[in-house]
Write a protein that binds this ligand. Structure first.
Ligand code: DHK
Length: 145
C-alpha cells in the first residue's frame, strides 16, 4: 500500500473563511476528507498535515525520509519564498506533486516563482480541491523508472 504525505502551508487552515471568491468555500477539513476518500478508493494511506511554520514543515519533510512513497505539497506562500522547504524536499527520491487551489501564475507577479516547481514531477494549479484528487491519482499511477 503506497503511503503519501500531504503537506499544507500557512493560512490554509483558514480555508472557508479566507477569500472564498479565490480559494472556494471548502475548509481544509473538507479537503482532508476528500483526500481520505480518494486514498481509500486507490488503497493508499495518507498522512495529511498543515502548519503555519516553515521550520515545522521542514522537520516533517526530513522525518519522512524513507517512510513515504510520495509527497503532495501545497506550500502556500512558502512556495514563493522557501529555499529551506526546497532543500528538505531535495532529500527525497520519491515523486513530489505541487498543488495549488488557485493558479499562482495567473495572479500577482510575486506569486509567479515557485521553489517547489524544479523538484515537482507535476503541478496541479487552479483546480481548487480537485487538484489534490488529481495529485493522488498521479501518485497512484506513478511507476518507478
Ligand atoms: C495558497 C496560498 O496561500 C498562496 O500564498 C499561494 C496557494 C497560492 C494556492 O492557490 O493554494 O500564492
Amino acid at each position: 500500500m503506497k503511503k503519501i504525505l500531504i503537506l499544507n502551508g500557512p493560512n490554509l487552515n483558514m480555508l472557508g473563511k479566507r477569500e472564498p471568491e479565490l480559494y472556494g468555500h471548502q475548509t481544509l477539513k473538507d479537503i482532508e476528507k476528500l483526500c481520505a476518500d480518494t486514498a481509500r478508493r486507490y488503497q493508499m494511506k495518507i498522512d495529511f498535515r498543515q502548519s503555519n511554520h516553515e521550520g515545522e514543515l521542514v522537520t516533517w519533510i526530513q522525518n519522512m525520509m524513507g517512510k513515504v512513497d510520495g509527497i503532495i505539497i501545497n506550500a502556500a506562500a512558502y512556495t514563493h519564498t522557501s529555499l529551506a522547504i526546497h532543500d528538505a524536499l531535495k532529500l527525497h527520491q520519491i515523486p513530489i506533486v505541487e498543488v495549488h487551489l488557485t493558479n499562482p501564475k495567473e495572479r500577482e507577479s510575486f506569486r509567479h516563482h515557485s521553489y517547489i516547481e524544479p523538484l515537482a514531477a507535476i503541478c496541479f494549479a487552479g483546480l481548487k480541491s480537485e487538484g489534490y484528487v488529481k495529485a493522488l491519482e498521479f501518485l497512484h499511477n506513478f511507476k518507478k523508472a
